[in-house]
Design a protein. Structure first.
Ligand code: ADP
Ligand code: MG
Length: 762
């Protein structure tokens, strides 16, 4: 029996889903697969696991698993459910890519979707689970989609075995046809249970005019007006990325200054990493973390990490919208924005990379006599419900990474969101009482929004997924029951890349083109491919790892691959400064970092490893300096990124030691710099992984068009690509280079560049 506090009991009774407990449990009892739709905040995530627990689904040792596309949700929700049920974290636990608190006693397990996918590789039938809940299915994250496809096969197999598995798909929207009407997925459509939400009316106000690009400034003005003129009630602002969120928080705190307590609130933000660092130092700095491989996601792409991903473009684009800060230097506010200090504003940021204890703050009532104002990214759209929100301010935008499916070139763009997500955002205002949503764009613009955002799987390259599926012996990936399949082009591109990396067996050369195409789509995995699939990094990097057993190069490649996977080691200094003083500071830092990078790039032929040598040098130097926060701060390294690189190095080291009995890489995190001959070998290994990412410099005598000056030509693109001024190879412009990726900002820039010798090119 679950012993809940009366307080919890009272709060639960207010949730619409409680009225449906019977209906839901009936449906689950009668069917192996059930789809459950209910508005955000109706209680799906927190209550359904409890219903199942109380109905005895864990009584004979089974586990209830719940997958979330975002790390934030997995952690917060497990804590919430443990608290509501009065059970310890050892019983209601979570597992995300690098951490978790799972025990042998765990009965309810929240995890990211990538973690469950990894478990399927080890135990295809997921025998320890009695129920698997796929939460937030409407988000259509790639792993969620694939899990639904896999589970549609696992459920009947479990039934045949006489150990039935229940599957529940939960969605915040009613748009579930991709799951229910897809005959390949579920020949018999699963029943859909709807939870009637007790939603209060939300009045939507459109702007008459749509601001051209200063939507962050428009948000600021709108919050000021609401706070100034409208009755009490929390405000929730939707912006597109972490940098914007922080900038608006700073601005609002300045406009509605807070005393004593709230000062410390702000301070905490900047000292937080420091504190964390101090704790981590106590954990012995020179040994790589030992990793329990059972607790790991093997999936290469960062789970639910949209914010960091979205943060990457911030330096070049998003900061433009933060310009307003410049006008605020002396605290002058426009008319009508005067701060009403009689009612302070309690401003909190919310985004997925925020430390969990800070995320939890948004659920607590704001201090007496203040108004809550949460400035959030998409996280607040459906994953987390913040109590007491009466006003929503929606900029209408979302930041996404866009890929060119053929060339793989990616760029971050801030675009209009979909009508569906704008409506979700508006709905946040009507949870506890009637509310208002202020859309900072016109109704005409809204009617031009696409109705729904397309599923993620149709928008990105899929080589990592294809490799994982082949490792599960799904040879004809094209026949896999995807809720929405990737395009055939994307699948072919993925298989071609995997064939060229040697991860798949070559298709027979004979036959007509059509047959060849078809053959290409059903190549079995090679033994190299099986090894590659075990590394939690993208197939190109996995190939590098698989090759680097010689000449003592493994520790270096592990480090390079970790740094390339984590990305964005260096802080961004090319942003507009708030004051003259800050401008000087940024300039000084940038110069220092550039100098350090030149040192880390090494001397003589070592320099030819280019940006990757810098990564190696930076990680090496940081370890030698005792892995201190100060070292990172002084040298323009992002401490958080360095910590993550360390964890990934630990994981890769463990994996390699486990896979190859003949090597034994030391877990010592310190490395001596590679010798010149090792550097040459490293360059060759890097080229083996990035073989199709070759670029050739346009020679002066070939220059027909000015736009090609100092440019490079690649096999895939018609347009010139460039070495970024921040690259250590920018001044050298080697004749041939390989690159990690091309990101389009003001130009097409290659990232992670290193030089190759012409004679290596086949
Ligand atoms: P759904 O999954 O249907 O969107 P949830 O189960 O997440 O709904 O939320 C149900 C209710 O529980 C919401 O009103 C939400 O505010 C509340 N809630 C969720 N997590 C917490 C928490 N950590 N602290 C306080 N309230 C919470
Ligand atoms: Mg939920």
């Amino acid at each position: 029996p679950v012993l809940r506090t009366s307080e919890t009991q009272e709060a639960r009774l207010k949730l619409p889903i409680l009225a449906e407990e019977q209906v839901i449990m009936e449906a689950v009892k009668e069917n192996s697969v059930v789809v459950l739709c209910g508005e955000t905040g109706s209680g799906k995530t927190t209550q359904v696991p409890q219903f199942l627990y109380e109905a005895g689904y864990c009584s004979d040792g089974g586990i209830i698993g719940i997958t979330e596309p975002r790390r934030v949700a997995a952690v917060t929700m497990s804590q919430r459910v443990a608290k509501e049920m009065n059970l310890s974290h050892g019983v209601v636990s979570y597992q995300i890519r690098y951490e978790g608190n799972i025990t042998d006693e765990t009965k309810i397990k929240f995890m990211t979707d990538g973690v469950l996918l990894k478990e399927i590789q080890k135990d295809f039938l997921l025998l320890k689970y009695k129920v698997v809940i796929i939460d937030e299915a409407h988000e259509r994250s790639v792993y969620t989609d694939i899990l639904i496809g896999l589970l549609s096969r696992i459920v009947p197999l479990r039934k045949k075995k006489g150990q039935p598995l229940k599957m529940i798909v939960m969605s915040a929207t009613l748009r579930v046809e991709d799951f229910t009407q897809n005959k390949r997925l579920f020949p018999v459509p699963p029943p859909v249970v709807k939870v009637e939400a007790r939603q209060f009316p939300v009045t939507v106000h459109f702007n008459k005019r749509t601001p051209l690009d200063d939507y962050a400034g428009e948000c600021f003005r709108k919050v000021c007006k609401i706070h100034h003129m409208l009755p009490t009630g929390g405000i929730l602002v939707f912006l597109t990325g972490q940098a914007e969120v922080h900038s608006l928080c700073r601005r609002l705190r300045k406009a509605f200054p807070y005393h004593h307590k709230h000062k410390s609130e702000e301070k905490e933000d900047s000292t937080d990493d420091m504190k964390k660092f101090k704790n981590s130092k106590a954990r012995k700095a020179t040994v790589l973390p030992r990793i329990n491989l059972d607790n790991y996601s093997v999936m290469p792409v960062d789970e639910g990490d949209e914010d960091r991903d979205a943060g990457i473009g911030d330096g070049e684009e998003a900061f433009a919208s933060d310009d307003d800060d410049l006008n605020l230097g002396d605290g002058v506010l426009e008319e009508g924005e005067m701060s009403d200090s009689s009612l302070p504003l309690f401003v909190l940021p919310l985004y997925s990379l925020l430390a969990p204890d800070k995320q939890a703050k948004v659920f607590r009532p704001p201090p007496n006599g203040t108004r809550l104002c949460v400035v959030a990214t998409n996280v607040a759209e459906t994953s987390l419900t913040i109590p007491g929100i009466k006003y929503v301010v929606d900029c209408g935008k979302v930041k996404k990474r866009f890929y060119d499916k053929v060339t793989g070139v990616s760029s971050f763009k801030v675009t209009w969101t979909s009508q569906a997500s704008a409506n979700q955002r508006a709905g946040r205002a009507g949870r506890t009482e009637p509310g208002h949503c202020y859309r900072l764009y016109s109704s005409a613009v809204f009617s031009d929004f696409e109705t729904f955002s397309p599923p993620e799987i149709t928008r990105r390259p899929v080589e990592d997924l294809v490799l994982q599926m082949k490792a599960l012996n799904i040879e004809k990936v094209i026949n896999f029951p995807f809720p929405t399949p990737p395009t055939p082009d994307a699948l072919i591109a993925a298989e071609e890349l995997l064939i060229s990396l040697g991860a798949l067996q070559e298709p027979p050369k004979s036959g007509r083109l059509k047959e060849l195409e078809r053959a290409k789509l059903s190549c079995p995995i090679s033994s190299l491919g099986r090894t590659m699939a075990l590394f939690p990094v993208s197939p190109r990097f996995a190939k590098m790892l698989a090759l680097s057993g010689q000449q003592g190069c493994l520790p270096y490649i592990i480090t390079i691959v970790s740094a390339m996977t984590v990305r964005e080691l260096f802080e961004e200094f090319d942003r507009p400064a708030v004051s003259e003083e800050e401008k000087m500071k940024l300039k000084g830092k940038k110069a220092r970092v550039a100098q350090m990078q030149r040192i880390w790039a090494g001397q003589g032929s070592s320099q030819k490893l280019g940006d990757l040598m810098v990564l190696l040098g930076a990680v090496g130097a940081c370890e030698y300096a005792g892995f201190t926060y100060k070292f990172c701060e002084d040298n323009g390294l992002r401490y958080k990124a360095m910590v993550e690189i360390r964890r990934l190095r630990g994981q890769l080291t463990t994996t390699v030691n486990l896979l190859c009995s003949d090597v034994d890489i030391s877990a010592d995190s310190k490395m001596v710099p590679p010798t010149e001959s090792q550097v040459t070998f490293l360059r060759q290994i890097v080229m083996a992984g990035l073989g199709d990412h070759i670029a050739k410099r346009i020679q002066p005598e070939e220059l027909l068009d000015e736009k090609w000056r100092n440019a490079y030509k690649t096999p895939l693109l018609d347009d010139p690509v460039f070495i970024h001024p921040n690259s250590v190879l920018f001044r050298q412009l080697p004749d041939f280079v390989v690159y990690q990726e091309i990101i389009e900002t003001s130009k097409m820039y290659m990232k992670g560049v290193s030089a190759v010798e012409p004679e290596w090119i086949p």
